[in-house]
Design a protein around this ligand. Structure first.
Ligand SMILES: [Zn+2]
Length: 106
């Protein structure tokens, strides 16, 4: 039986996770937010494989293939790309017609 490899399942993985967070100075490498302890906060620390390891152990254990990010970036990378696209009205060729009001603020 094959099961999905997870860093948190082994002492070696936990060590690697810790080293990755330390290297990132406990900041999200995507949005720069300070990472928090725990799992349920939007800013909880997630250590993610940059290239999907697909059970490839070389990729799985490669420290250079790991990045620290917040839960929100991890869960919302796709969603935020969609949100970005929605901020622009585009013409038939896909070019933005004009920026909507409110972009860049908040
Ligand atoms: Zn983030």
């Amino acid at each position: 039986m094959t099961r999905k490899l997870r860093l948190s399942d082994s002492a070696r993985g936990k060590q690697l996770r810790k080293a990755t967070l330390l290297k990132a100075m406990y900041l999200c490498e995507i949005c720069g937010v300070a990472l928090k302890r725990g799992r349920n906060h939007p800013q909880s620390a997630v250590v993610d494989h940059i290239k999907p390891h697909k059970q490839n152990l070389d990729l799985f254990w490669d420290p250079d293939n790991l990045q620290a990010m917040c839960k929100e970036c991890h869960d919302g990378r796709k969603a935020s790309q969609d949100a970005l696209a929605e901020r622009y009205e585009v013409d038939a060729d896909g070019w933005p017609l004009k920026r909507r009001r409110g972009v860049g603020k908040s």
